[in-house]
Design a protein around this ligand. Structure first.
Ligand code: PMP
Length: 359
């Protein structure tokens, strides 16, 4: 048995692994939130404890990401998918030009959403195998949309492109996994269930400079300004999921030591697995090094027999979440923040052993 721990090795692509320390904290605080004698789930969203929870979580996120105090942070529901709609709704009118880089499954969904709203969508570049270098951006477009990490394809922007127009980023699968210059973005959104918490909350960061790009006349529920004005409490916010984000922010700061350290750890994990793949005769990662994702390592096996045998062997060892996305097949190991270097080492050794036995 390679995996001797009582728990499975969790490489799920999302929702993904949470740190044990965070789960233990949630367990400890579950029945009595801050001496109230109630669970955080049972307290009104208008009560001071929850208003403070939202403000504190915004403050900690600002600090960790190096955001300006004037930048707005929203905690919304509806996942990344609702943001595929809210971005074009807030930043463009019907028929307006909007530019997208299509790097795979989720960007295609974002593009479909903008088209469904009648925006004039232009694809600046399309590449599902690697991050494109040349972008044909229209100067008059309202914004350029990218996805910083393509969860399904296993590609990631290692350098954020210069954009002559406002830059919008879907960071759902790599937010807070690395230190990133924030100034170049004009809007960031990310659901929490991969790198910074559980499903239920989506974080939207709206820098001050973007506030004058937002358009008037939207139904308030879809209007970022309504949520900003209501301090992320326009309607009942996902309180428990926000609380888990706060626990994750504390863990990132206190246990990991901030984003520089998180990036170093994530880099080591990914490098180990890519090195194993590059040395292998039976597994292969087809993505060029400059586009490889630190979060989702996508690979394939030489043939279907090996694929089936490896999938079965992982299952027996309780190595979970390793099968590729249903649209793509093959394999994918998601190495989100909570996955440890030891766990990736176990997976890597397991692959080497499997190859020895199978080869
Ligand atoms: N963007 C990316 C990069 C994703 O990986 C996903 C889902 N895995 C989404 C958006 C969609 O998010 P949701 O399921 O929260 O709507």
């Amino acid at each position: 048995m390679v995996n001797n721990s009582p728990n499975p090795l969790n490489f799920y692509a999302g929702p993904g692994k949470l740190p044990k320390k965070v789960l233990e904290r949630i367990q400890n605080e579950l029945l009595d939130y801050q001496g109230t004698g109630m669970s955080v789930m049972e307290i009104s969203h208008r009560a001071p404890q929850i208003i403070e929870l939202i403000e504190r979580t915004q403050f900690k996120l600002r600090k960790l990401m190096g955001l300006d105090p004037e930048d707005d942070i929203l905690f919304l529901q509806g996942g990344g998918s609702l943001q595929f709609l809210m971005v074009p709704m807030n930043l463009s009118h019907l028929g307006d030009p909007v530019d997208y880089v299509d790097t795979g499954y989720w960007t295609s969904k974002a593009i479909d959403a903008a088209r469904s709203l009648g925006r004039d969508v232009h694809i600046c570049a399309q590449d599902y195998e690697q991050i494109p270098e040349l972008l044909d951006i229209r100067d008059h477009a309202r914004y350029l949309h990218i996805c910083t990490n393509n969860t399904v394809m296993g590609t990631q922007w290692q350098q954020i492109p210069d954009s002559p127009i406002p830059l919008v980023a879907d960071m759902s699968s790599d937010i807070l996994s690395r230190k990133m210059g924030i100034d170049q973005f004009d809007l960031i959104y990310a659901h929490a269930q991969k790198t910074i918490g559980s499903a239920g909350v989506t974080i939207v960061i709206i820098p001050r400079k973007t506030q004058n790009l937002m358009l008037e006349g939207l139904t308030p529920f879809f209007d970022y300004r309504a949520h900003i004005a209501a301090k992320s409490n326009y309607h009942t916010p996902p309180v428990f999921a926000i609380y888990i984000v706060e626990c994750m922010l504390d863990w990132l700061k206190d246990e990991i030591g901030g984003l520089e350290n998180m990036e170093i750890i994530n880099h080591r994990k990914a490098r180990l697995l890519y090195e194993t793949l590059d040395k292998s005769q039976i597994f292969r990662c087809a993505i060029p090094a400059k586009s490889r994702s630190m979060m989702n390592v996508v690979f394939s096996a030489l043939d279907k027999n090996i694929e089936n045998a490896f999938s079965q062997a992982c299952h027996e060892q309780r190595i979970l979440g390793i099968d590729g996305h249903r649209s793509k097949g093959g394999f994918r190991a998601s190495l989100y923040n909570a996955v440890t270097l030891e766990e990736v080492t176990t997976l890597s050794n397991f692959m080497i052993d499997f190859e020895r036995q199978y080869g």
